[in-house]
Write a protein that binds this ligand. Sequence first.
Ligand code: NAP
Length: 283
Amino acid sequence: MQNVTLNNGVEMPILGFGVYQIPPEQTEQAVTEALAAGYRLLDTAAAYGNEEAVGRAIKNSGIPREELFVTTKLWVQDAPAQENTKRAFETSLDKLGLDHLDLYLMHQPYADVYGQWRAMEDLHRAGRVRAIGVANFYPDRLVDLIVNNDVTPAVNQIETHPFFQRTADQHVMREYGVQIQSWGGFAEGRNNLFTHPLLSEIAEKHGKSVAQVVLRWLTQRGIVAIPKSVRAERMAENIDVFDFELTDDQMASIAALDTETSLFFDHRDPAIASRLGKWRLDD
Ligand code: NAP
């Protein structure tokens, strides 16, 4: 597995396993199978409701803790955000059955972002989490957070797939030393991604699947990917992307698929800011 080096020197696998929308009762088995397939980076969130199941799979795997890279995410917190963030962190850690995290991400750019971030900085300084980062931050909000705080986010996890490629955003992140991580790398299959004519043609040339071409395209751009699947054969397929390389022409032809538009929702949309910004989890 290739690694990327985060801005604080921490090494992170460039490919991992995401568990969004895996029901809690299916998650332990899915994560167990993903670990058996060779994944070492796991991506969950308080909001996914499956941290306990992820924790059970980690515990039962017998894999040494230092070989794993575990990410979870902080949901939107009310003031006093510093206190609430620390409580939410402990709840996640308890559910996962861990004594530290590898990466803690602020899930949404809403509510008391500064209070949440300063609490995350404290947790990082106290050694409870090896790296802290954000998700769903557009470049203006990201740079504002960076220039007004001590710790620069190590990662920004954002929607990134062939139809929404985030090239300009990636440049800004590179300039500030923030690692880009893709969520929804397959666009959850939207726009008929898995049967797309161009991606299928490139896949055929390499004797690979469309899914493998997409993951190769992401990782070849230096983007960390976390595909989700509940099927063991797809987990194996999705991690098998390091034995071929896309040509410059193929990279350029995929670049032409970019619509520069979200296929899900835009975090800058006032209706989304209102809906997600007001949504709270029950502990
Ligand atoms: P995704 O990885 O783009 O797509 C998952 C879909 O693709 C599932 O329907 C899966 O079906 C299918 N699939 C997987 N491998 C396949 C293959 N080889 N061939 C055909 N179909 C395949 O979607 P995602 O889960 O939304 O995104 C990935 C991860 O990013 C999440 O799990 C989560 O950890 C993270 N995420 C973060 C945010 C955020 O706000 N920070 C938002 C969304 C997601 P099966 O399961 O049936 O195989």
